[in-house]
Design a binder for this molecule. Structure first.
Ligand code: ATP
Ligand code: MN
Ligand code: MN
Length: 329
């Protein structure tokens, strides 16, 4: 679960051009506009975007806004809010529940579901670069690649024993759903079928899952302006070994079966400079003349003895603030 509110410190304060009363506070990798008078080293309760705050005295200043969004104030991006904090809780303490904060989820297309997401496959998720500053410093210089982050619905297609299933972020859908039908149309169901089924695509006799983004006319505002739904794969998970394929093995495996993957944007050495990473996230989509949602960054080579990343996987996202502003979330 994402910590939406936590105790943090102001790392740095910088002036905002032509503004007398406000300045920019740097908290973890985030930047947030605060009234003047705060100091570097001050503890705050930092509340991230997407937080739904309760309607009470503490949050009266939000004037009933549904959830916290990215804002542009005097030409600078302001992410989340920083409440003054004078308590004893150590930096990092999760305050989400104590404050009664919940997460805003954009409305989803309803699907008929037939069961829970399987427990033997990790759910798709990506941590934000701004939440892992120390890890970025630790792995600075590592050769990485960035793929385009597509704003659709998470999709997992797996086989286990004799069963082939298609799942959204949280549930398994039935074979009449749009997601299942799209997987079928793209040959992904066939791809996962067993060797002994007599199917020529089925060369593999181990259990695995393909994970990708389902995009199309009815998904998340169809920001790619597609006329047909489509699934773009970003991960392959080996259910028997309980581990993800690294980049090379995935490319070979999917490439040899003509499976569509999320577009690769570029390769570079990892930096811990958040502004530089955000600059990389800004840009147009590979699909056309409109801003992309962001990028997902992963190492080119697997890293020995990796620690610290959620789910023990070196992978994180950088959202394009221009996209976020435009989408209004
Ligand atoms: P948050 O964790 O910030 O609250 P969230 O969990 O709702 O947000 P997203 O912001 O959509 O999720 O980011 C993670 C998701 O991005 C993944 O679960 C996956 O479905 C999707 N995704 C889209 N494109 C890619 C890509 N190229 N690589 C990896 N994941 C991708
Ligand atoms: Mn998440
Ligand atoms: Mn998403």
């Amino acid at each position: 679960m994402r910590k939406l509110a936590s105790v943090q410190v102001i790392r740095k304060l910088s002036p905002i051009k032509d503004a007398d009363r406000i300045e920019l506070a740097h908290i973890e990798g985030f930047q947030c506009v605060v009234p003047k008078g705060r100091h570097v080293g001050d503890k705050v309760i930092y509340i991230e975007t997407d937080s739904i705050c309760p309607k009470n005295e503490t949050f009266a200043f939000l004037k009933g806004k549904s959830h916290i969004k990215l804002q542009k104030i005097r030409g600078v991006y302001s992410q989340g809010i920083a409440l003054e904090y004078h308590g004893d809780a150590p930096v990092g303490t999760d305050m989400t529940e104590v404050l009664g904060i919940t997460k805003y989820e954009p409305p989803q297309q309803p699907e008929d579901t037939i069961g829970d997401f399987p427990s033997f496959i990790p759910k798709t998720d990506e941590v934000r670069a701004q939440n892992i500053l120390e890890l970025l410093t630790k792995y600075k210089g590592v050769p990485c690649y960035a793929t385009e982050k597509l704003d659709g619905s998470s999709c997992t297609i797996y086989r286990k024993g004799k069963h082939i299933g298609v799942c959204t972020r949280k549930r398994e859908v039935d074979n009449t759903s749009r997601m299942y039908q799209t997987a079928e149309k793209q040959g992904l169901i066939k791809f996962l079928t067993f060797k002994d089924s007599g199917n020529s695509y089925a060369e593999h006799d181990w259990d695995f899952a393909l994970q990708g983004e389902f995009v199309g006319p009815k998904e998340q505002g169809n920001h790619l302006h597609l006329s047909e739904p489509h699934i773009y794969i970003f991960s392959v998970y080996d259910i028997n070994k309980q581990g993800y394929f690294d980049q090379d093995s995935m490319d070979v495996f999917l490439g040899s079966h003509d499976v569509d993957t999320v577009p690769v944007i570029d390769e570079f050495n990892l930096t811990d400079d958040i502004d530089a990473l955000v600059k990389r996230a800004i840009g147009n989509s590979t699909f056309g003349n409109f801003p992309r949602e962001g990028i997902v960054i992963r190492p080119i080579e697997p890293i020995e003895g990796l620690i610290g990343f959620p789910g023990n996987r070196f992978s994180f996202k950088v959202i394009n603030p221009e996209y976020q502003m435009k989408k209004g979330e």
